[in-house]
Design a protein around this ligand. Structure first.
Ligand SMILES: [Zn+2]
Length: 287
């Protein structure tokens, strides 16, 4: 069985208790409605997946955006610093270490990923520098930050929520030098499935070359803006030389469309535990 992309109408089949299904969390509006793939459920065949990707189970990859105090957060993309600290302590207390996605995949390939959890931060918010990095450093964790390469030093102009500053070039260099992985989130924050093919390719190639020029190090990963992805985007990211891609709602088997677990302000230890259990059950049920 190939990987099935699920529309939000029925994510992960009927048993989905709902990360964003109302009972647990409102689904962040940043990720948009189910226009994702027009109600279809495109899939890629097993032949599209390297055999090694069908074996083994992925640890959870957590998805954050901004960590900062806030007054309003209509798209549920912000976690307060106190809550973030308690979530990282929860990981630590369970003997888990937060790592960058590249490190997680390398560890998985070597069979030493059992105590690891992927940590990702989308969009490249400047609050990463003062709210996230000190906590990660203190705990010996790393993370991956997905940067909108054409908006460096700007703000989240693509959404209609409160403006949040994005990291500058200097901040990105410093963050990368501290051991955090910097990866791509496009040149602009655009949903790729709506783009013509040459525009899609340009978003992939130009963003990587901008970031590699800036950081003088390879950029290996791509996160699909809004989590919107179809098999066309997965093939383009793979063909474009990216080592992996981060999505949101996929089955999480293909390294170019890794599923991630949304973590929000409401996620205390109990809810974190529930999300980890759910992840484990889904992984166990994979073909
Ligand atoms: Zn984003």
């Amino acid at each position: 069985m190939g990987i099935v992309w699920t529309g939000m109408a029925q994510p992960y089949g009927t048993a989905w208790p709902g990360l964003w299904a109302g009972s647990v969390d409102k689904r962040p509006a940043e990720f948009g409605p189910s226009r994702l793939i027009g109600g279809a459920e495109p899939s890629i065949s097993p032949a599209d997946e390297p055999p090694s990707e069908r074996q083994g189970r992925m640890p959870p990859v957590l998805m954050y955006h901004s960590v900062e105090e806030y007054r309003e957060d209509p798209h549920l993309v912000t976690v307060t610093p106190a809550r973030f600290l308690s979530q990282m302590r929860w990981l630590e207390s369970r003997g888990l270490r937060g790592v960058a996605v590249s490190e997680l995949l390398a560890a998985k390939a070597a069979g030493r990923h059992r105590r690891m959890v992927g940590l990702t931060f989308d969009d490249g918010y400047a609050d990463f520098v003062w709210q996230v990095l000190p906590v990660l450093t203190q705990m010996g964790f790393t993370a991956t930050v997905f940067v909108v390469a054409g908006e460096i030093g700007g703000s989240n102009s693509w959404d209609d929520g409160p403006r949040k500053p994005l990291m500058t070039a200097d901040q990105l260099r410093a963050v990368a030098a501290s051991g955090v992985e910097i990866a791509s989130h496009g040149v602009q924050h655009l949903a790729l499935p709506q783009l013509a093919y040459d525009e899609l390719v340009w978003q992939l190639t130009e963003s990587r070359s901008l970031l590699e020029d800036l950081l003088q190090r390879p950029v290996r990963g791509y996160a699909y803006p809004y989590g919107h992805v179809t098999p066309r985007e997965v093939r383009a990211v793979r063909a474009g030389g990216y080592d992996y891609g981060c999505a949101i709602w996929t089955s999480g088997v293909d390294r170019h469309a890794l599923a991630r677990t949304y973590i929000g302000e409401r996620d205390n230890g109990l809810r974190m535990r529930a999300k980890f259990v759910r992840h484990r059950i889904r992984q166990r049920n994979l073909p």
